[in-house]
Design a protein around this ligand. Structure first.
Ligand SMILES: Nc1ncnc2c1ncn2[C@@H]1O[C@H](COP(=O)(O)OP(=O)(O)O)[C@@H](O)[C@H]1O
Ligand SMILES: [Mg+2]
Length: 355
């Protein structure tokens, strides 16, 4: 196992800069997830760690060693791809053994490692099958088995669950997390799915357009997003955001319909922020039903059984709310809501930075 240090790493394809100086410290044994929208540079960064892309600037270290110019097979990493990349003409056992055979490891050692990986992943009775005889989830497990067999310093995963159906994705999420708790191998995992990131990571790195927007423990990002991008990206359904200004009475939201503007209560406004143009953020799950609260018109009700998601209209804006309770109100009727002001957010309107 090893730490990974990414220092001021840049990548350009021709004259197009796609990674603009990224710094990430990954501790030995840590499970780090790079998350961000499609095209933000996650795969490029991962492939630079793997050595599959050269590095245009900066430095990558695996353990104490700078690996900028070290070829992939000497980096002691194992990568798992979205499309699994199994050899169709080889059995499960041969797929898993392939890299060790290639480097001419002793037969007994290969067998021992393949058997162990198969046990860990529940593949022991599938070792003689071919990839075409496996389900998507089983193929994914074989791809992980192939990585485990190599016993690398670092695991790299690029959207490994994207080809699986929703139920299997949730199951594999748990399996990968469990696997990491067992093996404790340093892991860098790429996904565009913030739920995957929230549920699996020790540390999340939120990327956007080739930069790191914020880095931290999952719940820390959820509780204290540094800026509007992270606030909108982490959490589902997404945080409600209202434009307006901070006043002595609270937050005066702009009414885009031109009617009267609503004043939203805020916990503690930062000193000297009165009069400032800002964005008010409140997560759907932090809005409560409150007969004495703000009057809001019900637009859509979506019960899931465990909770009720409701879109309401108030002050000319639509807001999503998630209530623990079931509600009897019908679309068009009015309900009272109030935000939990201990967990509302304020961002500067111009810079998008947290106030
Ligand atoms: N070989 C390449 N040549 C030119 N541009 C590329 C190449 N590979 C990726 N890019 C560009 O780099 C950016 C980041 O891509 P990528 O790392 O694949 O994003 P992600 O994995 O986050 O979806 C994108 O704008 C993509 O178009
Ligand atoms: Mg990608």
């Amino acid at each position: 196992m090893a730490s990974v240090q990414i220092a001021d790493v840049r990548k350009a394809y021709g004259s197009t800069q796609v990674i603009h100086g990224v710094d990430i410290d990954i501790d030995d044994g840590e499970f780090v997830i790079l998350v961000g929208p499609s095209g933000c540079g996650k795969s490029t960064l991962l492939r630079m760690i793997a050595g599959l892309e050269n590095i245009s600037g900066g430095e990558i270290r695996i353990g104490p060693k700078v690996v900028n110019d070290v070829p992939p097979k000497e980096r002691d990493i194992a990568m798992v791809f979205q499309n699994y990349a199994l050899y169709p003409h080889m059995t499960v056992a041969d797929n898993m053994a392939f890299s060790m055979k290639l480097r001419k490891a002793p037969k007994a050692e290969i067998e021992e490692r393949v058997t162990r990986a198969a046990q860990i992943l529940g593949l022991a009775n599938l070792l003689e099958r071919y990839p075409r005889q496996l389900s998507g989830g089983q193929r994914q497990r074989v791809a992980m088995g192939r990585a485990i067999v190599r016993d690398p310093q670092v695991f790299l995963f690029d959207e490994p669950l994207s080809n699986l159906d929703a139920k299997l994705r949730v199951q594999m999420r748990t399996e990968i997390k469990e696997l990491h708790q067992r093996l404790k191998t340093t892991t860098v995992y790429v996904t565009h799915d913030q739920i995957e990131a929230m549920t699996m990571a020790d540390k999340i790195v939120v990327m956007h357009d080739g930069i790191v927007e914020q880095m931290g423990a999952p719940l820390d990002l959820y509780d204290n997003p540094n800026n509007l991008f992270v606030a909108g990206f982490i959490g589902s359904p997404a945080m409600n955001m209202l434009k307006g200004k901070i006043t002595a009475a609270g937050f005066e939201a702009v009414n885009p319909k031109g009617g009267a503007s609503l004043v939203w209560p805020i916990g503690k406004a930062p000193a000297g922020s009165e009069g400032r143009e800002a964005v008010y953020g409140v997560r759907p799950e932090h809005v409560r039903l409150d007969p004495n609260g703000i009057k809001a018109e019900v637009v859509v009700i979506e019960p899931t059984g465990s909770e009720t998601q409701v879109v309401v209209r108030c002050g000319g804006q639509e807001l999503t709310c998630v209530f623990r309770e079931r509600i009897t109100a019908q679309p068009g009727e009015s309900i009272g809501i109030s935000p939990d002001t201990s967990v509302t957010h304020l961002f500067d309107a111009a810079s998008g930075k947290r106030l």
